[in-house]
Design a protein around this ligand. Structure first.
Ligand SMILES: *Cc1c(COP(=O)(O)O)cnc(C)c1O
Length: 392
């Protein structure tokens, strides 16, 4: 068999990420590759750091993209802040809280978990009670936007609790950045990581991170070297440090960074507030349409992520059949449920460039067609009318 070039179809991506990549970003990726120490490329790296400060709403000097996906950003925060013997309080309300526990344990530290029902936000009062009970907690870690369930937690309150109890905060903002308010300095968050393929609508594989002065001081005061060579911020900083004085660490993914730079330029052009507003209004339109289809949300109103909509699969409708139908007939991807929610829910993403009316119209029509095939009574046209009315 002769294997030849791969030509994927154009799909509409409305799952938990990656989201649709904007054509401007796709074309940036194909620009000429520069050497990673070329002064022009170094200038672009400096711009990327500035643009990331805007996206994170921070003045933190240590703000840069890790050359690896969101999970590596998570790991960078844990391996740099957590040392063997430390106690870390982890809030778990979905898949990514569990992944944080894995990180803590592998750092040789003790994870104290505070569990919340999947589909609910983290409850600050319960976190405060645990902080009081355990006293010497070094780090409080939580997921701002739980993509596995669609719940949004109060990051401001949780970062405030960390400060009150003299702990550092680690915040998973992979899905929140660009989709809902994320104010790193105002909330006094200490170590925050994100991802390129969610509301930034860039290709997967890069993880913006930012560290506060308190986090940097904790890294400098470590008793043990960071166990990961690749993710040691002391070394990464030498590579991403101020223009001119670059020490080779690894070869930056040059073209991937063109894509991230372009996505951040687009975010700056749109304006953060406008991007948050767009996600909120698209969510309202989608919710109005889904309501007409008789589809219910998993997360209660007020805790819902606009960019990730977890909804119950109606009785008599099959999960896999529906998702296969959407992919085969409409080139449309939505997400499946995870863990206890597998087979019971769909996760409909409205992230970044995917958060637009054209996608919502397609989804409502396609979903209605898929469910009608299975004997479920509904009207895609009426759902689209309701979604359009909600936008006005
Ligand atoms: C997607 C996601 C991650 C992991 O990012 P990858 O790029 O898949 O490694 C971590 N946390 C949350 C909340 C996410 O949505």
């Amino acid at each position: 068999m002769a294997i030849s070039s791969f030509h994927p179809p154009v799909r509409t991506l409305m799952g938990p990420g990656p989201s649709d990549v904007h054509p401007r970003i796709l074309s940036a990726l194909g620009r000429p590759t520069l050497g990673h120490l070329d002064p022009l490329f170094v200038g672009m790296m400096d711009e990327t750091k500035e643009l990331l400060k805007y996206a994170f709403q921070t003045r933190n000097e240590l703000t840069l993209p890790i050359s690896a996906p969101g999970s590596a950003g998570m790991e960078a925060c844990f391996v740099n802040l957590v040392e063997p013997g430390d106690k870390v309080l982890v809030c778990v309300n979905g898949v990514f809280g569990n992944r944080m526990i894995e990180n803590v344990t592998r750092c040789g530290a003790t994870a104290v978990r505070v569990d919340f029902p999947w589909g609910s936000a983290v409850e600050p009062a319960a976190v405060e009670a645990a902080l009081k009970e355990h006293g010497d907690v070094k780090v409080l870690a939580f997921v701002h936007a739980e993509t596995s369930t669609g719940a949004l937690s109060d990051a401001q309150a949780l970062c405030g609790l960390a400060k009150k109890y003299k702990a550092l905060s680690i915040v998973d903002a992979v899905t929140s950045m660009g989709g809902v308010p994320l104010l790193v300095d105002e909330w006094q968050a200490d170590a925050v990581y994100s991802g390129s393929q969610k509301c930034l609508s860039c290709t997967p594989g890069l993880s913006p991170v930012t560290f506060s002065d308190a986090a940097v001081a904790a890294i400098k005061a470590r008793q043990h070297p960071v166990q990961s060579w690749f993710l040691d911020m002391n070394l990464i900083l030498g590579y991403w440090g101020e223009g001119g004085k670059r020490a080779y660490h690894h070869t930056a993914p040059v073209n991937a960074l063109y894509g991230l730079h372009e996505s951040l330029v687009m975010l700056q052009e749109e304006g953060l507030e406008n991007a948050w507003q767009r996600h909120a209004s698209m969510h309202n339109a989608l919710a109005a349409g889904l309501d007409v289809l008789g589809i219910q949300f998993v997360v209660e109103e007020g805790q819902r992520l606009p960019q990730l909509n977890s909804v119950y699969i109606p009785d008599g409708v099959d999960d896999a059949t529906t998702r296969q139908f959407l992919l085969a007939k409409y080139d449309l991807e939505i997400g499946a449920g995870l863990g206890d929610l597998a087979g019971k829910v769909w996760r409909i993403g409205l992230m970044g460039y995917s958060a637009r009316m054209e996608n919502i119209t397609l989804l409502l029509k396609a979903l209605a067609a898929a469910m009608t095939e299975q004997g479920y009574q509904c009207s895609g046209e009426q759902a689209v009318t309701a979604a359009e009315a909600a936008l006005k």
